[in-house]
Design a protein around this ligand. Sequence first.
Ligand SMILES: [Zn+2]
Length: 212
Amino acid sequence: MSSPAFEELAGRIAELGRQAHLRGWVLGTSGNFSAVVSREPLRLAITASGADKGRLGPSQVLEIDGEGRAVGGGGRPSAETSLHLAVVRARGAGAVLHTHSPWSTLLSDAHAGAGGLAIEGYEMLKGLDGVATHRHREWLPIVENTQDWAAAAPGVETLLKERPEAHGLLIRRHGMYTWGRDFAEAVRHLEVLEFLLEVVGRSGEKEGTWPR
Ligand SMILES: [Zn+2]
């Protein structure tokens, strides 16, 4: 029997899925979203594996425990569940959002050699928690893609602890992760970072430095 807290978050996750799909950030079954239902014991609401985000409904959100095991709701946990749990543990996040947008896919590859992407000088940076000036320099670490996130998640957790100021993370040729203290803050960070990635990408295009 699912809790009212889970039901509410499942509805918000489903609505976000449909909206993010319209923006082209989670086409097909790509991407996944989670939110903390309770901390003691740890329970997350998370999108089920293989769910089409354009038609996402609350029945395609399941409840998992701190080990990534399904304890309620519908469907199987996604292959990237361990990464969501790593972000929750490293950041104390209340929600974790993962997209496969074109700009995060392109820029995560173009800047992989530097180990991350720096974004600075844009007013929109002030939409990130704790940022008060456009002069802020946001560093988004880039990690290599893998098909075994259970094995790679501890490394990502360590990386996030080493970079406590980062609001997001890129996976090479794959996409972006961002998070927030609660669902609303995570959604705000998603919108701000997707905007900034597109601006950085398009400015390179304009200057003729893109594509490489
Ligand atoms: Zn993914």
